[in-house]
Ligand binder design. Structure first.
Ligand code: C5P
Length: 229
């Protein structure tokens, strides 16, 4: 089950296909986020699925329950492997998303973002006025997600151990914020290496710029797989 997901943060179909053509391995798990989805739309997602790629559609929905319900109703019909919402939307919103999946009898897994890996405790407390600690907030959002009967969460590898203690070992933990020791953190704050993420119990690691900005992305991808397997 453990796998490496490549964040395809590109702005066009051409750029994405050029990137994917650099891989001999076509058995890849790709993450399509807002940038690529808003520029290429649903047809490109279907095309990539048809090519055999596994897809995590990372649209991080956060809206009123009815809007999220109707959106998930549409998105869970296209056969993607994982889609997500923000746990900050609340339990009722997450339950509405889950209802859409169940009504469609969809196999798509539904997960929720707890706190973005670019957020520090200081920002959370001083800008967002969430006075608890970051770890308490992530655990609470994970519990809310579990209560709404979703399949798992997105968090930093640094929080996985605590989440699994309260939500169980089967609860999926998708973890971005992956960097090698020598690489730049960019805008990420709560980061680990692929190997640390494995040791901490992540189910999937999401790796973007470390792979996409490399001259040999397949080589870097293989290093991630090797460390994470
Ligand atoms: O380039 P990098 O490895 O930092 O990319 C991480 C990816 O994971 C980005 O596509 C980002 O949108 C996504 N992500 C994240 N933190 C979350 C959820 C998703 O960084 N909590």
């Amino acid at each position: 089950m453990r796998d490496v997901i490549i964040a395809c943060d590109f702005s066009s179909k051409e750029e994405t296909l050029n990137f994917l053509n650099k891989f001999n391995n076509k058995n890849l798990f790709l993450k399509i986020g807002m940038e690529l989805f808003y520029s290429t739309g649903i047809d490109f997602v279907k095309e990539l699925k048809k090519e055999g790629y596994k897809i995590f559609l990372d649209l991080k929905l956060h809206d009123i329950p009815n809007t999220v319900y109707k959106t998930i109703k549409m998105l869970s019909n296209i056969g993607v492997d994982i889609i997500n919402v923000h746990a900050a939307g609340g339990i009722e919103m997450m339950q509405a998303a889950k209802k859409a999946i169940e009504e469609n009898k969809s196999k798509t897994q539904l997960i929720a973002v707890t706190q973005l890996t670019s957020i520090t405790e200081e920002v959370m407390q001083n800008e967002l006025l969430i006075k608890n600690t970051l770890i308490e907030t992530v655990i609470k959002y994970a519990q809310n997600t579990k209560k709404a009967n979703l399949d798992g969460i997105v968090c930093s590898p640094l929080e996985v151990k605590y989440v699994k203690e309260v939500c169980g070992s089967d609860f999926i933990c998708v973890t971005p914020g992956i960097r090698f020791l020598q690489s730049s953190k960019d805008d990420q704050k709560r980061v680990t290496t692929p190997q640390q993420a494995k040791e901490l119990g992540s189910t999937y690691i999401v790796v973007g710029r470390v792979i996409t900005s490399s001259d040999n992305p397949e080589e870097v991808y293989n290093i991630c797989v090797e460390e994470f397997k």
